[in-house]
Design a protein around this ligand. Structure first.
Ligand code: PMP
Length: 415
């Protein structure tokens, strides 16, 4: 193990952290599980699993509606989670947090609702060339419906947004800029504060897709200055089925509902309905109660470790992994941005990513192969797909050694 990681070990006891995650101690095909698909979804610490179990066993009730004890208690826990999310993201007001099923629904909500209120024929929306389909397709649909135009910020060969080109795309017709904070396909960390400042100077609003940043770094939406910021619980060591979006209250107040029905109304008559104020206006129907409470627990867990320590440790993992994988003949790392999250996308000269990941699985190594829901990114880099090792703070350098060793076997097999 390299010196830096040995030094980090004193500050960050990864073996101890791993004890919090029961799933990590299992074997796959007789080999220790090496879980490196954290950009797809993360594993849950015992504390989250236990909190969810206890809530469902002893405390479960619906939220918002009843006056009895179980309901009042569940509502309190649910709203406590909203406060935890607001604090975690640096939002000033917990009512600026709207729960959804995840980032996909969050972006669809903004595209639909912001779009209907603020986007008209001839207007423009800007995305980048390295967006997840969840931050691409909703804007395409919106532009088609409203007669607006979608413009795309190009990237350089390292996978970094070309900011001079971005500036040229901005105009008084730009209504919204929607980019990710961290690219799930390449790991690029985008300069979201600068992007936001430039958009605001042009009079445009900004949505940041935070699906890949919230689990790995300290986020402060007020410092970034963005108008919307999305997240997914299942990538933050919390249950699946919950996520959400921060939005500035002045915007939420102006926006029409997306999904309609129960819980989002002020008053319904057969002739007319008036809507509840945000966030209820955007949370129709019974929410993912248990999952939201699990998310609050995951945030407590992450805060207990500290997001700055997490990102520092993951940075050392990235450096180590890039060195080990970069030393393999016939392996090309795709995405070499200066500022990068702990994620390595790569292509082997001799084997397709689908074969690569199937063979890695024989060694108990879980790595994703495919287009990562970012087909325009793959086209930009001239590959149909990549293999992607995405790390979390419970991964160890030894696991990256195991990955490298297994990849050498794949190369030998195909050569
Ligand atoms: N954006 C990015 C950058 C992502 O990585 C993902 C998930 N891979 C999404 C959006 C969609 O998130 P979800 O599937 O949780 O809705």
């Amino acid at each position: 193990m390299p010196q830096t990681l040995m030094a980090d070990k004193a500050a960050f006891d990864v073996d101890k952290i791993r004890e919090d995650f029961p799933i990590l101690s299992q074997t796959v095909r007789g080999k220790p599980l090496v879980y490196l698909d954290n950009a797809a979804t993360t594993q849950k610490p015992r504390r989250v699993i236990e909190r969810v179990r206890r809530f469902d066993t002893e405390e479960y009730g619906t939220v918002r509606r009843g006056a009895y004890r179980l309901c009042e208690h569940a509502t309190q826990l649910f709203e406590d989670s909203r406060q935890k999310v607001a604090d975690f993201l640096g939002a000033g007001n917990k009512k600026e947090i709207v729960f959804t099923s995840g980032t996909t629904q969050a972006i669809n909500l903004v595209a639909y609702s912001f779009g209907r209120r603020f986007v008209y024929a001839g207007d423009e929306i800007i995305i980048s060339n390295i967006e997840h389909h969840a931050n691409t397709v909703p804007w395409q649909v919106l532009c088609e419906e409203r007669g607006a135009r979608l413009k795309v910020i190009p990237v350089n060969d390292a996978g970094e947004l070309i900011l001079e080109e971005y500036e040229k795309l901005l105009s008084d017709r730009t209504r919204l800029v929607a980019v990710n904070h961290v690219s799930n396909a390449l790991g690029t960390v985008n300069p979201v504060r600068e992007i936001t400042e430039k958009a605001h100077a042009a009079g445009a609003r900004v949505l940041i897709d935070g699906a890949q940043s919230t689990p790995h770094m300290k986020v402060d939406v007020r410092e970034i200055g963005c108008d919307f910021y999305t997240f997914s619980g299942h990538k933050m060591y919390a249950p699946s089925g919950v996520g959400g979006v921060f939005g500035k209250m002045e915007l939420w107040q102006e926006m029409p509902p997306y999904v309609t029905g129960g819980d989002m109304i002020m008053k319904v008559t057969l002739e007319k309905t008036t809507y509840a104020p945000p966030p209820a206006r955007f949370e129709a129907g019974t929410p993912a109660i248990t999952q939201v409470i699990g998310l609050g627990e995951a945030i407590d867990y992450l805060n207990g470790i500290g997001m700055d320590r997490i990102s520092q440790y993951e940075k050392s993992l990235l450096e180590y992994g890039s060195r080990v994988l970069g030393a393999i003949d016939g392996l090309r790392i795709i995405g070499t941005a200066h500022d990068k999250a702990a994620l390595i996308s790569f292509a082997l000269d001799v084997a397709h990513p689908h074969d690569v990941v199937t063979l890695l699985d024989q060694d108990g190594i879980a790595v994703r192969g495919g287009h990562h829901c970012a087909q325009p990114t793959m086209v930009r880099f001239g590959v149909p797909a990549t293999s992607r090792a995405s790390m979390a703070f419970y991964n160890k350098p030894e696991e990256l050694d195991a990955l490298a060793e297994s990849l050498q076997k794949v190369i030998k097999l195909f050569s």
